[in-house]
Design a protein around this ligand. Structure first.
Ligand code: SAM
Length: 263
């Protein structure tokens, strides 16, 4: 049964559950929006899908309906009886998804309405450590979506933007109003799609440089990188940058160029 607002309220009442704000429990109560997310994921019987944060199982059930194999993580044990009723056909793992996800080496698509407090970390960890996740269709806070897809010149361009761009191509698919959730969150959301690319062999070195650079965002790179490079000025010059350059001026490929010049 698709989960609209009244179905979610009924489920919560039947199992005497109050949504836990600390776990980012804002449940999607719009079947059309759920369909839209599933269509964007483009999965079918040949695919494996991993969902993070099954909640009351609205998205989980819609994913199962595509015929895909569905593995769903959920940290809140209180939802066990709810998911036993709603997520039939999915493998639900009551585990913390900020710990390494255990997925076989065949391709996976991640589809999730991510818990807002751990969403960014999960996206970045999956990109850097789980190459078998080839596509991500994730709902996150609007502000997080902006950071994930930002480029140089944007006020919110930073380490998350660099990590995403070095591991995939990303776009914001659409915005989501607050009133499609039960309960209504304080912030707007957006769905982001990331398609994995093969990262450059020096991607992790480039990320290390970006972390140091954005850690002291206002400083010139020759100063912010002094702690991790012996001769930052020589590296900047070899990569073709002025020694007055700052973190926000370098595109993700710029950090790769620095990593190459330093190696
Ligand atoms: N997928 C459901 C939906 O769209 O209605 C629920 C989404 S709700 C925004 C996020 C869910 O993630 C909650 O059910 C919450 O309990 C769960 N969650 C929070 N932190 C988690 C973690 N570290 N690992 C796994 N699940 C988590």
């Amino acid at each position: 049964m698709t989960q609209g607002r009244s179905r979610i309220r009924d489920l919560l009442a039947a199992y005497d559950l109050n949504p836990d704000q600390r776990l980012g429990q804002n449940f999607l109560a719009d079947p059309q929006l759920i369909d839209r997310i599933v269509r964007l994921a483009g999965v079918g019987p040949e695919d494996q899908v991993v969902e993070v944060g099954a909640g009351t199982g609205a998205l989980t059930a819609a994913l199962v309906e595509t015929g895909a194999r569905v593995v769903a993580y959920e940290i809140d044990e209180r939802l066990r009886p709810v998911l036993a009723e709603t997520a039939i056909g999915a493998e639900v793992r009551f585990e913390d998804a900020t710990r390494p996800l255990v997925l076989d080496d065949d391709p996976w698509v991640m589809v999730a309405n991510l818990p807002y407090n751990v969403g960014t970390g999960i996206v970045l960890d999956v990109l850097q450590t789980l190459p078998q996740v080839t596509r991500m269709v994730v709902m996150v806070q609007q502000e997080v979506a902006d950071r994930l897809v930002a480029g140089p010149g944007s006020r919110v361009y930073g380490v998350p933007s660099v990590i995403v761009a070095l591991h995939g191509t990303a776009h914001r698919a659409f915005g989501v109003a607050r009133d499609v959730f039960v309960p209504k969150p304080d912030v707007e959301s957006a769905v982001v799609v990331i398609d994995r690319i093969d990262p450059d062999p020096l991607a992790s070195e480039a990320v290390t440089l970006a972390r140091a650079a954005f850690g002291q965002r206002r400083k010139m790179l020759r100063r912010s990188l002094a702690g991790i490079l012996d001769d930052p000025q020589a590296v900047l010059k070899a990569a073709g940058y002025s020694d007055t350059a700052r973190a926000e001026e370098l595109a993700p490929e710029g950090f790769l160029a620095l990593a190459r010049a330093a190696s």
